[in-house]
Unconditional design. Structure first.
Lengths: 253, 253
């Protein structure tokens, strides 16, 4: 059994606390949190600590804090040569203080407070500075997910950028859809089945095969009608650039 | 029971033939198709016709052809003052020949050949030129879906534009995610759970509340790292514009 201390109390930390608490292969012995109140409902209070001097000895220290706090948290750890990993998609190993053995444990998912996720399907991207620490990461991943693999620093960066496109930017397009609905006294409910089906489609079809719409058909009449319809300059600019991108992508195939 | 003749043999037509064939309130008496082969597996061959002179008398004629063929098909109909509707999201009533009573029956969904859809949840947007024809549209909609409503021509145009954002453009961002994965020897499989969760999130949360990522956090360091990482000018331009749009949208709230 792997003993673990988790550092963090935010969104990702909370989901990981829940996941590891339910695991039989991981013994979550302590959570280090600046803000203990936010995790009191998730773990026994005697396991919560907010003083770095009280941190227990463990096989792994998992830092699940915001990207810009990782370096500071790792430098505060009052020990050396232990295994310390962070959970960020966009930070390299080297952000962690070099006094400890370093690793990355990056769950590729969007976490929302108070919305449960099924960890079993979430890919966990693993990387360790020393090969001898990799089995520990694998054990940790295996206990909460069916999908995990070694991802190099460069690949993880790529994956994080790709995730921004398919998650953050996609959600923003949902937002624009909602704005257009609101401006025209339409319920956003009307778009919800389409949103789900569009995501479901690419689970079995490649996105290129799933592409539909006026840009794909090079239907310039409809495209021009839509551009005339849009009064918001930002929406218009996005419509033009995305349409151009779809048409150009078609040419490359 | 409403008798119906459906005109068309493409993607949308095929899904509608299947849906209406299973309905007890609609009697699909005939399908008019230029290309009978593509629908032979869906309906008895004696109900398929490719000669406009053989079109039967029915309560409603549903034209499910591509946008640019609607006008021509409707003008070829060898009768007057019957109820004729099209299934397009981007065309007005007036595209139909004025010799008949006109309507719109627009299912707001993305249809893929050979991929079944659950019509029950698909919103059907209805519009009729004459109020007395509206109940026929309602009967038709009710028999295949639980969600249908009167949508004005202007609203339907808005909905179609919104659908382009949340479906066609979203799928293109999936494509870019897949391209980035491929360029970095990563499987697109890794992104699939994230894609589904992102769509699921906005079923219960407003897109504004669901927004995450570096743009939302105004994390300029990560944004600049991502822009340095992207070597494709088109991807870079999309990243910049979508990031700006998320930041500006946050300011409006």
């Amino acid at each position: 059994m792997i003993s673990m201390v988790l550092l963090g109390s935010g969104n990702v930390a909370q989901h990981l606390i829940t996941a590891f608490s339910n695991s039989s292969a991981i013994d979550l012995i302590q959570v280090v949190a600046r803000n203990p109140k936010s995790i009191q409902h998730l773990i026994a209070s005697n396991k919560i600590c907010s003083d770095y001097r009280e941190i227990k000895k463990a096989d792994v220290y998992l830092i699940a804090v915001s990207d810009n706090a990782i370096a500071e948290v790792s430098s505060h750890l009052p020990f050396e040569n232990r295994f310390v990993a962070h959970t960020s998609g966009s930070m390299g190993l080297e952000i962690l203080d070099a006094k400890n053995r370093r690793g990355v444990f990056y769950p590729l998912q969007t976490f929302t407070k108070n919305k449960a996720v099924n960890f079993k399907e979430i890919p966990i991207c693993l990387e360790s500075e020393q090969p001898t620490d990799y089995p520990t990461l694998e054990q940790m991943a295996k206990t909460i997910s069916d999908v995990y693999q070694l991802i190099s620093a460069e690949q993880r960066k790529a994956l994080h950028v790709a995730a921004v496109f398919v998650c953050n930017f996609v959600n923003h397009l949902y937002q624009i859809g909602a704005d257009i609905c609101e401006d025209n006294n339409l319920s956003f409910e009307l778009l919800k089945p389409l949103i789900v089906e569009t995501a479901q489609k690419v689970q079995t079809l490649a996105p290129t095969a799933a592409q539909t719409g006026p840009a794909k058909r090079k239907d310039t009449q409809t495209i021009n009608n839509h551009l005339r319809f849009l009064s918001d300059d930002n929406q218009k600019e996005l419509y033009q650039l995305l349409t151009k991108s779809i048409i150009d992508h078609g040419k490359k195939l």
